[in-house]
Design a protein around this ligand. Structure first.
Ligand code: SF4
Length: 381
């Protein structure tokens, strides 16, 4: 059957917070909300004997509701928000002679690596917090205010494809008013365990939907789950902002694939944006060394620590290095993008409402206070 006994040794291997999350859900004084990262929906089904590449977005929403969370939201919403900030930063750097290339900053393993290995290049990464942290920041400010709940009584749980996201949630420079933006991080595997503890037959669940206010998402946010996706999403928005024209060909296929290091050009009016992409830390090092040596000339770079990006994350169902499984998950990510009517982050109405009612302008003062961070040089290890 689907039910399992809780394995006590899991706590030793993955700093498992499942029991703490159950306790919060069962505490009537807490408002417990959950976010799920883009890469989860194309992988979690494998834990329930669904084939790799199954898209389970609707089942995921239903399963989260059945577990008893007070509200069920989507990190994709925050990925769209991240793109509004990151594309603004890119445009700002281009127009004001800022440092280029800009580097994506949503992978905490990569950020950590960078702080240790390239302390002299800390002006390159985008100052944007990652989508998971942006989500928490908005949950404990805007959302708390709208719902009339004391932020101290809001518990934010993340379901992430990633073990490094647990450490990211604890970084003090990412907290706000001494409140941690995200309280607990569960990996995809831990989430699957929770479902099995609750005897939820995931594969046979009906399709549900995420809640509103922090739940809408576009195709651009879904592709955050794969290598090349974050920078493609940013380019879709930067294109329309810089040219004032509609981007008809939203699929920037020149940025796609599974080669460890890739590059592609995106023509934005008169500007030719040269983009570099790496996944896996060995490849990241090669790409950065090439830039440092002045041999690679990019205006934007995306780096993800895991093979394939978050679809191949360390918290996902085990794939044992089988790139065919990663490929199936990637195909599913691009399919989910095509399934969406809105495919550009700046079309996300709930994100636009957030700016309208609370944040003001993208890359403005309030957005800086809540959604941006800084990096600290760390000793080489
Ligand atoms: Fe986490 Fe890997 Fe994704 Fe980086 S690439 S955010 S380490 S799952």
């Amino acid at each position: 059957g689907q039910c399992v006994a809780v394995c006590p040794t899991a706590a030793l291997t993955e700093n498992n917070d499942i029991h703490k999350v159950w306790r919060e859900i069962n505490n009537p004084n807490k408002h417990v909300i959950v976010q799920v990262a883009p890469a989860i929906r194309v992988a979690v089904g494998e834990l329930f004997d669904m084939p790799p590449g199954s898209i389970s977005t609707g089942k995921l929403a239903t399963s989260l509701k059945r577990l008893g969370f007070d509200a069920v939201y989507d990190t994709d919403f925050a990925a769209d928000l991240t793109i509004l900030e990151e594309a603004s930063e890119l445009v700002h750097r281009i127009q004001h002679g800022g440092t280029l290339p800009i580097l994506t900053s949503c992978c905490p393993a990569w950020v950590q690596f960078f702080e240790h290995q390239y302390p002299d290049m800390l002006d390159i990464p985008s100052t944007c917090k990652s989508p998971q942290i942006m989500f928490g920041a908005i949950a404990k400010t805007y959302y708390a205010e709208k719902k009339g709940i004391d932020p101290k009584d809001i518990v934010v749980v993340s379901v992430m494809p990633c073990i490094a996201k647990k450490a990211e949630a604890k970084r003090t420079e990412l907290s706000h008013h001494e409140l941690q933006n995200v309280d607990y991080v569960l990996t995809t595997r831990e989430y699957g365990l929770m479902l099995k503890e609750a005897c939820i037959d995931f594969a046979n669940l009906p399709e549900g939907d995420f809640d509103h206010m922090l739940g809408e998402s576009t195709g651009a946010s879904v592709i955050f789950g794969t290598t090349g996706g974050v920078i493609e999403a940013a380019a879709r928005t930067a294109y329309e902002w810089l040219t004032g024209e509609t981007l008809e060909q939203v699929e920037l296929t020149q940025l796609r694939g599974l080669d460890g290091i890739r590059s592609g050009k995106v023509q934005i009016g008169d500007l030719e944006l040269n983009i570099g992409i790496a996944h896996g830390l060995g490849n990241a090092r090669k790409l950065l060394d090439c830039i440092k040596a002045g041999e690679c000339n990019f205006q934007a770079i995306e780096i993800m620590a895991c093979p394939g990006g978050c679809i191949g994350g360390g918290g996902q169902p085990y794939h044992h290095g089988d790139m065919e499984i990663i490929r199936q998950r990637q195909i599913a990510i691009y399919q989910e993008d095509r399934n969406k009517t809105k495919r550009k982050s700046h079309e996300n109405q709930e994100v636009l409402d957030l700016y309208d009612k609370y944040l003001g302008k993208p890359y403005g003062e309030k957005a800086h206070e809540l959604l941006h961070t800084h990096y600290v040089p760390k000793e080489k290890i």
